[in-house]
Design a protein around this ligand. Structure first.
Ligand code: 5GP
Ligand code: MN
Length: 341
């Protein structure tokens, strides 16, 4: 609960903050936002991650101070674990032995902390960090604002996803008031591609296929592509979203070959189609509209399995987003035309 987090911040002194492997905008933005919050209170704090910050987030205030290590090698008063569905997601040895504070907005998260603060109504953990600033009476400086804004911007898909709420915009507006320049942040995050990433994008998009219903798309990134193009691990990030721009597509699976026969899989969906439930079937997790898991076998076996489950998820969804859209189109076409006198 928030009150427990406030209390332990007041009473403890030596903190670490960590988040999941291969950090993204919300995990880094929220971790660094919390870092600046604790610094302002005069606490001793460091951000510890297994993996370095992707290029897109290296300009975030404090990003260069993140310590990259596979092991927790000190005794902290408390370790904040940000945006992780379970204790293994940070990929850090010795984390279990620490006083862990779990801060997350995934509804599927395990209550692995000594203290757990979960708010599944928050569009990003960044929203929770903003609320924490208010609760402990910390001024939202430009540093905090830029970190939290980055979390909001990325976890809402640039304010596109259904987790975007009035509260998200209200907080975003406060952050702009605190000194955020939205164009500067968007430029740093979205115009940060390498040429290799653009080339990878074109090759991965060339693998795009849809199932017989036209509602499910798949994408592949093979080990061969990654090796030949010399791509960074993060270069595949975001490609999963491209097929979502097709009107009829309701779910996408992007399979990235991680080792022969092993595929890290990103899932995306529209409306009520719940891909978190699909990911859970394969020991993964995430949000209703964005989730991930690992698949095994040949390309065909892996795709067949995931497409079958996505199909089921679409059938189960209440709204049948695609059907609704088609109906809307038909209604549009059959609307009586206004006559101009
Ligand atoms: P992405 O496709 O961008 O890597 O991940 C989308 C969402 O799914 C994120 O919220 C991420 O935390 C979650 N996610 C991705 N892979 C896994 C996984 O293997 N396990 C769990 N629990 N969540 C995952
Ligand atoms: Mn998040």
């Amino acid at each position: 609960m928030l009150s427990q987090v406030v209390e332990l911040i007041e009473h403890k002194r030596f903190f670490a903050i960590t988040s999941h492997m291969r950090p993204d905008g919300d995990s880094l933005g929220s971790s660094l936002g919390l870092y600046w919050l604790l610094r302002q209170l005069g606490k001793s704090v460091e951000v510890v991650m297994r993996d370095p910050a992707p290029q897109a987030y290296r300009k975030l205030p404090g990003a260069c101070e993140v310590r990259t290590t596979p092991t927790i090698d000190r005794e902290y008063d408390a370790v904040f674990v940000i945006e992780c569905s379970d204790i293994t997601r940070p990929g850090l040895d010795n984390l279990q032995q620490q006083f862990v504070v779990n801060i997350d907005h995934h509804s599927t998260t395990a209550l692995f902390g000594t203290v757990n603060w979960i708010d599944s109504t928050a569009s990003a953990v960044g929203e929770m960090i903003y609320n924490l600033c208010k609760a402990v009476g910390v001024r939202v400086t430009r540093e905090i604002a830029e970190c939290v804004y980055t979390a909001l911007l990325t976890d809402t898909g640039s304010f596109h996803y259904s987790n975007t709420s009035e509260r998200t915009f209200k907080i975003a507006s406060e952050l702009v008031r605190a000194g955020v320049r939205p164009a500067k942040i968007a430029e740093a995050i979205f115009n940060s591609y390498s040429w290799n990433k653009l080339t990878l994008l074109s090759e991965v998009l060339a693998t795009a296929r849809h199932d017989e219903t036209g509602r499910i798309a798949t994408l592949r990134q093979s080990l061969e592509m990654t090796a030949r193009l010399g791509n960074a691990d993060e270069d595949g990030d975001g490609i999963v979203n491209y097929p979502m721009s097709v009107r009829a597509i309701e779910a996408v699976a992007f399979l990235k070959e991680h080792a022969p026969g092993v595929y890290r899989t990103s899932l995306r969906s529209k409306g009520d189609v719940n891909v978190a439930r699909v990911a859970e079937k394969f020991s993964g997790g995430g949000h209703r509209n964005a989730a991930g898991c690992t698949l095994y076998g040949t390309w065909e076996e892996a795709e067949e399995k995931i497409v079958a489950y996505l199909h089921e998820a679409i059938e189960r969804s209440a709204s049948h987003a695609g059907a609704d859209r088609l109906r809307a189109d038909e209604e549009e076409l059959t609307q009586p035309q206004e006559t101009i006198a």
